[in-house]
Design a protein around this ligand. Structure first.
Ligand code: 3AM
Length: 178
């Protein structure tokens, strides 16, 4: 199975994000609102026995809940091409703390370390040759985006089934934050 650890987002926040999405960028594959999430750690394909160990390890993690505010929009690029359009996150030390704890926990459970820097975001669209001028206009137009803060009281282990159109993400286990 293919797994990742993420924050799922409350309905009202999904609605606010959906207001940003869906228009103005040819070549954008907009993520459906039910798929919005904030990835804390991609795990990838693993065996069922290892998933059980990961679940057990995550269940033992202790970290405080916190408030999360999404703000700003941006892009990731590869080889000079924009590949992903996202909503950003306001500085949030408890989120960084949670992410660090998850990383340590998963390494102790036997996963290789994540080498990539944590850049918290919610993906709004994947981009195939989107015109850079349209992207720039979108970024400028939504520069001041700031969602209402939401309480984060758990994190979630998701499974991911890659489909032709969109992946199907299923929350498998929720872990409460203290
Ligand atoms: O949270 P976002 O949408 O940026 O792109 C995948 C998605 O990221 C990412 O994990 C999230 C949940 O599927 N992902 C997919 N394959 C990956 C990989 N090999 C990956 N992240 C890191 N390494």
């Amino acid at each position: 199975m293919r797994l990742f650890v993420a924050l799922d987002l409350p309905f009202a926040l999904r609605q606010q994000l959906a207001l940003l999405a869906g228009r103005g960028i040819p070549g954008a594959r907009w993520v459906p609102a039910e798929n919005y999430h904030l990835t804390l750690r991609f795990i990838g394909e693993i065996q069922a026995w290892q998933a059980e160990e990961i679940d057990h390890a995550l269940a033992g993690l202790r970290a405080p809940g916190f408030a999360l505010t999404l703000a700003g929009v941006g892009t990731f690029s590869k080889g000079g091409r924009s590949t992903q359009l996202w909503a950003g996150v306001e500085r949030c030390p408890p989120l960084d703390h949670l992410r660090a704890k998850i990383e340590t926990t998963l390494q102790r459970a036997g996963l290789p370390p994540e080498r990539r820097r944590f850049a918290p975001h919610v993906t709004l669209a994947r981009l195939d040759n989107a015109p850079e001028a349209k992207l720039a206009a979108f970024l400028q137009g939504h520069n001041l985006f700031r969602a209402d803060p939401v309480p984060v009281a758990h994190f979630t282990l998701f499974s991911s089934l890659l489909g032709k159109e969109q992946a199907v993400y299923t929350p498998e286990v929720e872990y409460a934050l203290g």
